[in-house]
Design a protein around this ligand. Structure first.
Ligand SMILES: [Fe+2]
Length: 350
């Protein structure tokens, strides 16, 4: 395993990164020097995750591992331990001679660790998203990502480039954050409503589903909740004449129904997607950024935090083909401690 890692990945390669990531994960020796000399660490260099080696996230995988590779076991894996660990995450910051500027733009890479009989094997494979395929075919960054502007196509005229801005469906579908089950199928998630079905054994990409084609949301979180009966809940935003709404979307397990012609038909979880609760944003043009939410036996718990998304900046970024990271906005004047219970929490009866 270690041999594979050293051969196929540029360990700890450092590239120009967005300041927010540098703040979270210092990449230079400033912090270490401060610790050694007893000086105060500069505020912008504080490491909030001292036990996390951020350089691992910044590596670029050069070679997929399609056939299971036996791992070298150090210590002893209990014989009763059997199962598979699937992970998704940033896999490559490079496209040809170009690099992404932000960790969130890194191409989705799946990892599979299979544990049985005291042994472990490893596989990894890129999710075959549309943006991954387009980038690799062109050997440049074709679509503007969260923190990286696309490299213009030298073959396109200025008029073709302007027309391309307004072409629907050209947003990134890089589902590089998480994996969740929908019945017996597994899907990779980011925050765009496009998810990818993957084969949990081979890590092949088997399909692509756009949730907004089933229910009226423009984004969703990458951390839905899976109930014991297989029902999946997620939070997604919709844009309505009354302003942005936060919606709880329910995906019920597949079920057989009788259609109008009397035939049996299986309804998928996506075909059954329904909004079961909605609440308006208190900021008309800057709805809160949501990364996940809570569920108890009787309540959905949605935290409307002061970190928000500027809808006007999103439109302007789209027109100018600028990265969307500029659209994040902090509501500085909100008194979070005072409004914590009364305003920032919305509770719904199930
Ligand atoms: Fe997360």
């Amino acid at each position: 395993m270690s041999e594979f890692l050293e051969n196929s990945i540029d360990l700890g390669k450092r590239i120009l990164l967005d300041r927010s990531i540098v703040t979270l994960f210092p990449l230079d020796d400033v912090v270490e020097d401060c610790i050694n000399t007893g000086e105060n660490v500069p505020e912008e260099k504080e490491n909030y995750f001292p036990n996390c080696d951020a350089s691992i996230w910044l590596r670029s995988c050069k070679k997929e591992v399609i056939e299971p590779l036996s791992g070298e076991v150090t210590g002893k894996i209990p014989i009763w331990l059997k199962g598979t660990l699937l992970r998704n995450g940033p896999g490559s910051l490079e496209v040809g001679k170009y690099s992404f500027n932000h960790l969130f733009d890194s191409s989705a890479l799946l990892h599979r660790f299979a544990i049985a009989n005291g042994k472990v094997s490893y596989q990894c494979r890129f999710v075959q998203t549309d943006v991954y395929k387009k980038n690799n075919a062109a050997q440049r960054i074709v679509v503007t990502e969260f923190g990286t502007k696309a490299v213009p196509d030298p073959c396109k005229s200025i008029f073709q480039r302007v027309a391309a801005v307004f072409k629907p469906g050209d947003d990134s579908d890089n589902s590089m954050i998480s994996i969740y089950p929908f019945c017996d199928e597994y899907y990779t998630f980011a925050e765009s409503p496009v998810i990818h079905r993957i084969d949990p054994k081979t890590l092949e990409t088997k399909g692509r589903v756009n949730i907004s084609g089933y229910v009226g949301i423009v984004n969703h979180t990458s951390h839905p909740h899976v109930m014991n009966d297989g029902t999946v809940y997620n939070i997604g935003m919709s844009l309505t004449p009354r302003g942005p709404m936060y919606n709880v979307v329910c995906f019920s397990p597949n079920q057989i129904v009788i259609d109008d012609s009397g035939e049996e038909k299986e309804l998928s979880m996506f075909e059954q997607a329904t909004i079961v609760a909605s609440v308006p944003s208190r900021w008309l043009l800057n709805p809160s950024y949501m990364h996940t939410f809570g569920i108890t036996e009787n309540y959905f718990i949605i935290i409307e935090q002061p970190l928000a998304v500027s809808l006007t900046t999103i439109v302007s970024c789209k027109v100018k083909q600028q990265p969307m990271r500029a659209a994040l906005k902090w509501h500085e004047k909100e008194n979070a401690s005072e409004s914590y219970r009364r305003k920032n929490f919305h509770l719904f009866l199930d």
